[in-house]
Design a protein around this ligand. Sequence first.
Ligand SMILES: *Cc1c(COP(=O)(O)O)cnc(C)c1O
Length: 406
Amino acid sequence: MNYDQIFLNALKSVKDEGRYRIFMDIERKKGDFPNAIWRCEKGSSDIIVWCGNDYLGMGQHPSVIYEMEEALHKVGAGAGGTRNISGTNHYHVLLEKELADLHGKESALLFTSGYVSNEATLSTLGKLMPDLIIFSDELNHASMIQGIIHSGCKRHVFRHNDLAHLEQLLEASDPDAPKLIAFESIYSMDGDVAPIKEFCDLAERYNALTYIDEVHAVGMYGARGGGVAEQEGLMDRLTIIEGTLGKAYGLMGGYITASDLIVDAIRSFASGFIFTTSISPVIAAGAVASIKHLKSSSLERELHQKNAALLKQKMKDASLPVMPSESHIVPLLVGDAVICKQASDMLLKEYGIYVQPINYPTVARGTERLRFTPSPVHSEEMMDHLVTSLKAVWARLDIDKYASAA
Ligand SMILES: *Cc1c(COP(=O)(O)O)cnc(C)c1O
């Protein structure tokens, strides 16, 4: 048995497709986002990060930094245990209260990441209700899909945001079986938004629970940053709202919010919650500050939307192939994995622009793209530099050829 050959073959297949991943070694500069330093064998250079998920720049916000420094000196570095065995720090309690309030729910439960919160919650729901039928949007995030698979439940995948298809599947199912509809609010690769109200209407009609992933919307939508469901006045109609502290809140960690009862059940049965060290209280303290700030300040949200609209317009004016997006996400279609990687490399090495290529399996083959995330800390001057550089790269690599073939 040649074990090495197995691993080499696996890697060769992704390399042959041009989607082998190389991590960029970057150092973000606090107080100067989105500027960063990129390090490679040849040395280091200044770059502008255009693909970050710290959408509002909260990772460098003075109140977040201050609260984290205070917490670090007060309680030390780590949590010191799982939640059950000495690892529930007061900052975790404060953070869960803050989160429950954010979404207008009775309770919240923290996880080590958004990924874990999806995987652990969805799989546990299935274990608590073995005859549960899960209806899942076909573009749901990998963490939801894993959770649904691990639930061991019967599942139906409906076409993306397709209400008619979902209803067909609901109608054909056993009316007495417990049901759950699982979807995201904003899909992060295309930037489109789910028909949340209509999903809730269907859930009501067929007596189903709802599970929404608001990872790409918390902090950024709604008057207090409660997500698209807050913006549309729908939070009370959703059974479970899931989110992350890793994107707009600028830190790390994930959570769910729901009724006391559901949170109590997940807390008591989810392996991915129980058997792991809780997040550092320093992070929890920073998250409390970040959430509090974005509950009371809409400045970042407004500037964020303004900058996203401005960048989309500038790209359109320059005839760059911006994909339709209703949200802050700005995807540019390339349509070929190898060219997408080449464009990304060229932008980084020759223009000081860092945007990661997005290839299969994150998106479908033939829809490979560069995904830009303008933020309040990206200036108009940076946008102009970006658009000019993109035009140059598009011409040099003759990218229009690939995009139109896709
Ligand atoms: C990033 C992401 C997650 C995972 O969140 P993390 O906190 O980064 O683990 C979950 N769902 C969606 C839709 C995401 O894009």
